[in-house]
Design a protein around this ligand. Structure first.
Ligand SMILES: Cc1ncc(COP(=O)(O)O)c(C=O)c1O
Length: 458
C-alpha cells in the first residue's frame, strides 16, 4: 500500500554473497549480537510510511489527520517516533491510551475504539480529554453519558464526552473473514438501519457531544471496491442525517484497513519467485486509495480521519529466526526454526503469507520446504510449501513485513520469553525492548540451574 521508497529499507547488498540489510546494517550482525528471535525495525521506513499517507491527504487540501492504530504495534519507542512526526493515535484499551499519552500524542488527536470499553477505561479517557470515543452500541452511549455526568458532578462543572458513532455499512471487505469487520454478522458498529436512531439517541443525552461518524470495514483490504461502497453509503447517511434530522457532524473517521504487499517485498536474482511472479499481487497504491475515496468522503464537507495501522508499520520490520534443524519424510521437507506462532501468529491465525528470505544469499539449488517453529501445534508454521534456497542448521532467515500484528500478538505460549526488538536508523541501531527473562515468564525469582547465554547461538 505504501508508495515505494527510493531505496527499500530491507534489501540485499551488492556483494557476491549478498547480505540482507536493514537500512545500512547487515541483519546477520544483529542476529549475532542480540540473538534470535529478533524483531528489527527501520525508523526511516516508519517515517516514510506515515508521511506518504499524511502528504497524500495534505496535497488534497482537505482538513484531516492520520491516526495511527496503536494495536498494530505498541512499542513505546515506535509510538514516540510517530507522535513526533505529528500522527494521531487510535487506541483500544487503557494500556494503549496510557502508552499513547506517554509517547507524546496530543490528546486532541486520540480516538478510543472497541466494542467493550470498561467503565474505568471510559473514565480514564474522559480525564485525558481525548478527541472522541468511537461508540459501538446504544448501551455504550448511555454508559459514557452517565460516567461523564458523574465526573461533571464531582468536578462542579459540566463534563461532555465527544462521541463518534461507528456504523456498520454491511460491506464485504473481501479480506480474511477473521479480519472483516463491516458486515452485519460481525460484532462491530451499529447497522445503517438503526444508525439514525443511535445519533438521535446520543443527541438527547446531555453529557454527550455528537461530533463524528466512524466506519472501519476490515484489515488487509486489497481491493478498492469495498472502500468505495463503504464511503458511498456513509456519505449518503451523513447527508441524510443532516437534512432529515438536523444533526451536523464535525468529522468522518474512515478507519484503516489499507492492504500492503506481502509478496516479493525483497527481490534478488538468486531468490526464487513465488507463484505471483515478478509483479507480486495487486495492491492499490496509497494514491489510488486516496484518489478513489477522498472525492466521495469530501461530499460531506467534514474533516477526515484515517486510522491506518498495518500500512504504517508492517513493512518496517523483519523478524529474524535461526534454523535449528532440517528434516524430511516421504512427503515433505521441514526447516525447523527457533521462531514460530509465539512471535508471528498471522500465518497460523489467518493463513497469512509472509516472504521469508535468508540473511546470507548463496547461489545453488532451491527446494520446496515448510518453515516451521518449535511450538507444539501443527499450525505453528511461518511458511508452507515455499521454494527456498537451501538452508541448514545455524543459517538465519528474515520473515518480512512482520511489523504489524507481530509483536503485538506475541505470546508466552510454551513459556517462551517474548523476543527483543531493535530499531535501525541509518548505520546506527539500538535495542528498544529487551528479550523477556525466562525466570520472569516462568514466574520464578531465580532459575534453579545456571542459564546458558541465549544470544549468539551458533
Ligand atoms: C477500528 C480500527 N481502526 C483501525 C484499525 C487498523 O487496521 P489496519 O491495521 O488494517 O490499518 C483497526 C484494526 O483492526 C480497527 O479495528
Amino acid at each position: 500500500m505504501t508508495d515505494v521508497l527510493d531505496q527499500q529499507a530491507f534489501r540485499y547488498s551488492s556483494a557476491a554473497e549478498p547480505d540482507l540489510l536493514c537500512e545500512e546494517v547487515p541483519l546477520s550482525e544483529l542476529a549475532q549480537e542480540f540473538g534470535t528471535p529478533l524483531y528489527v525495525y527501520s525508523k526511516r521506513q516508519i517515517i516514510e510510511n506515515f508521511h506518504s499517507f499524511d502528504a497524500t491527504l495534505k496535497s488534497s487540501g482537505k482538513e484531516h489527520y492520520v491516526s495511527y492504530a496503536v494495536k498494530a504495534n505498541s512499542n513505546i519507542e515506535l509510538l514516540r517516533i510517530l507522535a513526533e512526526e505529528g500522527s494521531g493515535a487510535d487506541v483500544v484499551s487503557a494500556g494503549e491510551l496510557l502508552a499513547a499519552l506517554a509517547a507524546g500524542f496530543a490528546p486532541e488527536k486520540i480516538t478510543f475504539d472497541g466494542t467493550g470499553k470498561t467503565d474505568e477505561e471510559i473514565e480514564l479517557a474522559l480525564r485525558a480529554n481525548i478527541h472522541a470515543f468511537n461508540v459501538e452500541s446504544f448501551e455504550e452511549l448511555a454508559v459514557i453519558n452517565s460516567i461523564a455526568e458523574r465526573l461533571g458532578q464531582a468536578a462542579g462543572h459540566a463534563v461532555r464526552a465527544k462521541v463518534s458513532i461507528r456504523v456498520n455499512p454491511d460491506v464485504d471487505a473481501k479480506s480474511h473473514p477473521y479480519i472483516s469487520t463491516g458486515m452485519k454478522e460481525n460484532k462491530f458498529g451499529i447497522e445503517m438501519e438503526n444508525a439514525r436512531e443511535a445519533f438521535m439517541y446520543a443527541s438527547r443525552h446531555p453529557a454527550l457531544e455528537v461530533v463524528g461518524i466512524h466506519v472501519h470495514i476490515g484489515s488487509q483490504i486489497t481491493s478498492l471496491d469495498p472502500f468505495i461502497k463503504a464511503a458511498r453509503s456513509t456519505v449518503k447517511f451523513v447527508n441524510s442525517l443532516r437534512v432529515k434530522s438536523g444533526i451536523v457532524l464535525e468529522h468522518l473517521n474512515f478507519g484503516g484497513g489499507q492492504g500492503i504487499h506481502y509478496r516479493n517485498v525483497v527481490r534478488h536474482p538468486l531468490l526464487p519467485k513465488d507463484e505471483f511472479g515478478e509483479e507480486g499481487e495487486y495492491v492499490p497504491s496509497l494514491s489510488e486509495f486516496v484518489g478513489a475515496v477522498l472525492p466521495i468522503l469530501d461530499q460531506t464537507g467534514l474533516k477526515i480521519i484515517f486510522e491506518p495501522g498495518r500500512a504504517i508499520v508492517a513493512n518496517a520490520c523483519a523478524l529474524l529466526a535461526s534454523v535449528l534443524y532440517t528434516k524430511e519424510n516421504s512427503v515433505k521437507k521441514f526447516v525447523i526454526t527457533d521462531t514460530g506462532m509465539t512471535e508471528l501468529i498471522r500465518p497460523c491465525l489467518y493463513e497469512a503469507y509472509h516472504q521469508v528470505a535468508p540473511l546470507k544469499l548463496l547461489s545453488g539449488a532451491t527446494q520446496k520446504v515448510d518453515i516451521v517453529g518449535p511450538i507444539c501445534e501443527t499450525s505453528d508454521f511461518l511458511a508452507q510449501s515455499r521454494e527456498m534456497p537451501s538452508l541448514k542448521r545455524g543459517d538465519a532467515i528474515a520473515v518480512l513485513c512482520a511489523g504489524a500484528y507481530g509483536y503485538a500478538l506475541a505470546s508466552n505460549y510454551n513459556l517462551r520469553p517474548r523476543a527483543a526488538e531493535v530499531l535501525v536508523d541509518g548505520t546506527d541501531y539500538r535495542l528498544i525492548r529487551e528479550r523477556e527473562r525466562i525466570e520472569e515468564v516462568a514466574g520464578i525469582s531465580k532459575a534453579p540451574v545456571t542459564l546458558p547465554n541465549s544470544s549468539s547461538r551458533f
